[in-house]
Design a protein around this ligand. Structure first.
Ligand SMILES: Cc1cc2nc3c(=O)[nH]c(=O)nc-3n(C[C@H](O)[C@H](O)[C@H](O)COP(=O)(O)OP(=O)(O)OC[C@H]3O[C@@H](n4cnc5c(N)ncnc54)[C@H](O)[C@@H]3O)c2cc1C
Ligand SMILES: NC(=O)c1ccc[n+]([C@@H]2O[C@H](COP(=O)([O-])OP(=O)(O)OC[C@H]3O[C@@H](n4cnc5c(N)ncnc54)[C@H](OP(=O)(O)O)[C@@H]3O)[C@@H](O)[C@H]2O)c1
Length: 434
């Protein structure tokens, strides 16, 4: 065996896959560990299920990465302090550097009363559920007649899309802490749900918040026009779901019945204050209650705190004085041999294209670091032994091929554009691992 740099990449989402590709193409021996059985991360389990062209295009690119000869894939293996292997285990196995591209798997709990009621969820769990990621695919969710979704990003619209076009609930209320001028979603995502938008209610809502917007020099009519820009391309609605906005409102508590089921969310009205060229929401003390059976927080995610790296706010701590900056960013954790990329570097930020670029940049920083080390003979046998000792099914490249063939056959048989098994048990069986 020839001497090579030996690299562990944690997480096979877009950042990890493209980062691994970069390193493998540069000549490193790369081992890619992934919590999920299948690679793809949020491209597989986040992007809305009916975006078949995009998903299939990405799957094709991911397959090319997986075919690289000096890349080994271990699916069903989690890294973390309380996971299958720790960062120290990886070091002991001889990895010279670790690239963490595990996404942002933590939950941004706000510490509000009632967060534990039945019917209160975080978007990631709901998104994983409808995208069939085990074990979320097997959990039951309480989607009631009236649902509040907190946030004004594309994830809020994806959840609204699901609630209006799949669950066909009566009402979806987007609760937005700032105003109509600060919404973050894209026109394209609005096209799926704008036919359900109550236009008269939007008019009334914009009128209600107009004085607060004008006080910070915003144009309410321009903001309204920007929200409605998707109207000409509206996808015809498939339900009578009424979609509406509550602007300038923050949730303060959730209330439930004696059985622990959510019945109301209490919101506090906000005003806008100018701060550093942007605006901030400031509570007025005025509180109102909305009758809802479901609340979904679509406010972004944070990295996993038990991963084994120091965290600050939603993110892993990055070295402020990186040795190998890329595009002005630090990809370095405070541990000299651990780098971060994609949503593990900057939680909940940007599209797949950005994660791909970020993973690639992180890999370039890793490669520069490796130039300060000597290539070695990777002890792949020690790793195989260690993984065997975990006593759990290990998903390898050849198993994924079997799974893919079976899924394609199922889709064809059932006349579907795509087919996914909903449990790890079923997938492992198909792969011959259970
Ligand atoms: C609901 C939603 C919809 C989206 N829709 C779009 C869209 O339509 N178009 C678009 O361009 N972008 C979309 N995005 C954004 C896009 O999905 C992300 O930019 C991208 O997936 C981030 O890539 P990543 O590799 O950093 O993280 P992720 O995609 O989250 O991948 C993380 C990977 O790490 C693995 N992992 C996690 N923890 C561990 C661990 N402890 N050990 C080992 N492995 C681990 C996971 O199994 C996963 O494979 C969407 C995002 C969301 C949340
Ligand atoms: N189809 C697609 O292309 C697609 C689909 C889904 C996701 N994505 C991408 O994935 C990334 C993440 O999306 P996202 O929607 O999770 O994030 P996002 O775009 O950052 O939106 C988060 C929303 O939550 C609000 N928020 C944050 N903290 C809050 C709090 N404590 N209380 C109340 N509201 C709060 C934010 O308000 P403030 O503005 O006031 O902070 C914002 O409106 C984005 O880059 C998005 O474009 C893309």
């Amino acid at each position: 065996m020839t001497n090579q740099f030996y690299v562990a990449v944690i997480g096979a989402g877009p950042a990890g896959l493209f980062g691994a590709r970069e390193l493998a193409n540069l000549g490193a021996r790369v081992v890619l560990f992934n919590r999920d059985l299948k690679p793809g991360g949020l491209a597989e389990y986040g992007i809305y299920p009916n975006k078949h062209t995009m998903k299939n295009g990405l799957r094709k690119q991911f397959k090319q990465v997986m075919d690289l000869p000096n890349l080994t894939y271990y699916g069903n293996i989690s890294i973390g302090e309380k996971a299958d292997l720790t960062l120290d285990d990886l070091r002991a196995l001889g990895f010279q550097v670790i690239l963490v591209t595990a996404g942002a798997q933590g939950t941004k709990w706000l510490g509000l009363p009632g967060e534990d009621l039945k019917g209160v969820y975080h978007a990631k769990d709901v998104v994983y559920f409808y995208n069939k990621l085990p074990p979320f695919s097997q959990q039951s969710f309480r989607f009631g007649k009236r649902c509040a979704v907190i946030g004004a990003g594309n994830v809020m619209l994806d959840i609204t899309h699901f609630l209006s076009r799949e669950e066909k609930v009566e009402e979806v209320i987007a609760v937005v802490r700032r105003g109509p001028a600060e919404v973050k979603f894209d026109k394209k995502e609005m096209e799926y749900v704008i036919d359900n938008l109550d236009l008269a209610d939007l008019d009334a809502e914009i009128q209600r918040v107009a004085p607060i917007m004008q006080a910070v020099h915003q144009d309410p009519e321009a903001a309204k026009a920007s929200i409605l820009v998707a109207l000409p391309k509206a996808l015809p609605k498939v339900s009578n779901t009424r979609f509406r906005f509550e602007f300038l409102a923050s949730p303060v508590q959730m209330l439930g019945d004696s059985e622990g089921n959510l019945t109301q969310v209490e919101i506090e009205d906000n005003i806008l204050v100018e701060a550093n060229g942007d605006t901030k929401a400031k509570g007025t003390g005025n509180k109102r209650r909305l009758d809802v059976e479901t609340v979904v927080f679509a406010i972004g995610d944070k990295v996993e705190e038990s991963f084994g790296l120091p965290t600050e706010w939603s993110e892993f701590v990055k070295s402020q004085n990186p040795r190998f900056p890329m595009d002005g960013n630090s990809y370095e954790s405070p541990m000299e041999d651990v780098f971060v990329g994609g949503w593990s570097r900057k939680a909940s930020s940007g599209l797949v294209g950005l994660a791909r670029k970020d993973g690639t940049n992180a890999a370039k920083a890793v490669w520069q670091y490796l130039q300060t080390k000597q290539p070695m003979e990777p002890n792949t046998e020690a790793l195989a032994e260690k993984l065997k000792s975990l006593g759990k099914p290990l998903v390898l490249k050849e198993h994924l091929k079997k799974l893919e063939e079976t899924e394609l056959a199922q889709a064809k048989q059932q006349g579907l554009e795509a087919y996914k098994f909903g449990s790890n048990g079923e997938m492992l069986k198909v792969m011959g691992l259970a």
